[in-house]
Design a protein around this ligand. Structure first.
Ligand SMILES: [Zn+2]
Length: 342
């Protein structure tokens, strides 16, 4: 008998009201020091319990301990000045004040390894941990030192690899690198993006994954999506390259998305995390809507390679909506499993 199709979240979940302001990206913490440490640990416990109660199979920390998925990692390394920021254009979509690379990038200290140990103590289920991918990491940095995006990204890939190896040693089963920048800089992806990602994932004994996406449901992203036309064909540039890469799993968004689903075919042989939950809508999908997307994806992916997932992270949503979506993701996956006799 074939294995059941498993469900997983892309990464983030809403934070509890006592940890940070709800429904806000990059919300500041409510506490400091030991109190913050304790609040974060409690939030991880709640995130894990919510996933397990909903019936999710592959469990994550819901990114409860990071304020921002890029800066939380970078601010723990050496070589970046966070005090004297410079303004730069991000992915041609918006201006932001960003930290400046002023020296050689070297590892400061482990960022998430203690979190991973706590996560491992909370459940025996399969664990996935997310890290920013090298290209996405450097996308919001002003480089005053390397003067080469490729070299800067490589320096971070080496540090990410060290962190990832320690996460695996702490008991993580899947390391996922988030690379939304892969959807924008196609020439760079081809020239150095894939090899740099592979460097970050090299030597890992866990499964490795990459999450590329069209982002959270925030205004800048929604406006960008409006310019992309009836079909979102961005993945067409990247999937053939990922198919030949060492990365085991690839995610894509399929619920309420204009991505042609047949693109999955380009990744034959890889594990596919099919996004069956729209994170840019407060409408909670029904289990049947989830099952329907997954069912359709089976035209392009073998059952043993299919994972049910969310389109992207759910941190900007209310806890109630996110919880409903978790339950529908698990229930929809169960529906299809039952239908297939798994
Ligand atoms: Zn995403």
């Amino acid at each position: 008998m074939k294995n059941r199709i498993q469900s997983a979240i892309a990464g983030s979940l809403p934070k509890p009201i006592w940890l940070a302001e709800p429904e806000k990206l990059w919300a500041p913490w409510r506490f400091e020091g030991d109190s913050l440490r304790e609040a974060k640990t409690d939030a991880m416990s709640v995130a894990v319990a919510n996933q397990i109660n909903a019936g999710i199979d592959v469990i994550g920390d819901g990114e409860q301990t990071r304020q921002h998925f890029v800066t939380t990692f970078i601010e723990n390394q050496n070589g970046v000045d966070f005090k004297n920021k410079k303004v730069m254009r991000i992915r041609d979509r918006y201006d932001a004040e960003v930290p400046v690379v002023v020296d050689q990038i070297t590892r400061g200290h482990a960022v998430f390894v203690e979190d991973a140990k706590i996560l491992r103590s909370l459940t025996d289920k399969t664990l996935k941990f997310t890290l920013p991918g090298p290209m996405t990491l450097i996308d919001t940095l002003f480089d005053d030192y390397y003067k080469s995006r490729r070299e800067l990204a490589w320096a971070f890939a080496e540090i990410l690899n060290e962190e990832a190896k320690e996460l695996v040693a702490a008991g993580i089963d899947v390391i996922q690198f988030d690379e939304p920048a892969f959807n924008v800089f196609f020439d760079d992806v081809k020239e150095w993006g894939i090899s740099t990602l592979e460097r970050a994932a090299s030597g890992l004994t866990s499964k490795t994954a990459v999450h590329i996406c069209y982002g959270y449901g925030i205004e800048a992203n929604t406006k960008w999506k409006e310019t992309l036309g009836d079909e979102w064909r961005q993945y067409e540039n990247v999937f053939p390259l990922l198919a030949k890469s060492t990365i085991d799993q690839v995610s894509l968004e399929c619920q309420n998305s204009r991505v042609p689903m047949e693109f999955i075919e380009m990744l034959r042989g890889k594990d596919i995390m099919v996004g069956a939950i729209d994170v840019a809508s407060n409408q909670v999908e029904t289990p049947e809507q989830v099952a329907s997307v997954l069912r359709e994806s089976l035209r392009y992916v073998d059952i043993e390679h299919l994972y049910a997932c969310t389109n992207c992270g759910m941190v900007p949503l209310s806890r109630q909506v996110a919880d409903g979506k978790l339950r529908s993701l698990a229930a929809g996956t169960a529906l299809l499993n039952a239908e297939l006799g798994l």
